[in-house]
Design a protein around this ligand. Sequence first.
Ligand code: ADP
Ligand code: ADP
Length: 226
Amino acid sequence: MAELTLNAVGKTYSGGVKAVSGVDIQISDGEFIVLVGPSGCGKSTLLRMVAGLETVTDGEIHIGSRLVNQLDPAERDIAMVFQNYALYPHMTVRDNMAYGLKNRRTPKAEIETRVAEAARMLELGQYLDRKPRALSGGQRQRVAMGRAIVRQPAAFLFDEPLSNLDAKLRVSMRMEIRKLQQRLGTTSLYVTHDQLEAMTLADRLVVLNGGRVEQIGAPLEVYRKP
Ligand code: ADP
Ligand code: ADP
């Protein structure tokens, strides 16, 4: 758990496209921030910079007191949940959830405890020995959540995690994500283009436009403005 601070963060892609400029966002410990804005406004680029999947060309990103710009993704203490789940098809649910911890040489007993706990929270207990292809879309998304939870990261990043699900499942998974986040108290940055999703999830919304922050505030404040 930690604060996440973006200070004058910018990104110019090698071809010269300026995707993000001068972004200042201070996310408090435990806060849930949702990033919204039109397609191409830089949401994904911003998230991927925080995750370490994209280099930062301007400014600084801190988690707590640590400057994370220069750190490898694995050292950032951040877990990301993707739209396409990014599960390993040849591994069981259990191994998918354990993978990131094994890579970090977490003791075996500790891995087992954390996977069991996450499986319980996400009601995946009876699916632990299955492969992803034998799961529904909602179950796969739960496994992706489980993989993030077991890491006990300082922050969660969500890249449109629900957009591959049908409307009904989106609503129930949305509630589930919010409840889990509140229970764990993990600082979260969530990208979506679904306005209702943004309204229900966000402590504060950040509206990006043309790579810049256009508005920032509580959902009702932001959407009340003409
Ligand atoms: P969003 O997630 O809001 O749709 P993106 O962050 O994907 O926006 O894109 C922001 C801008 O950066 C767009 O103009 C897009 O075309 C450009 N862009 C995204 N990825 C790359 C890349 N790898 N190389 C060059 N330009 C990119
Ligand atoms: P975009 O926002 O451009 O659509 P994504 O955020 O979906 O891209 O991520 C791009 C790809 O990188 C995904 O298909 C995902 O499988 C892969 N990827 C990046 N980091 C990881 C990771 N830590 N674990 C698994 N897959 C990853």
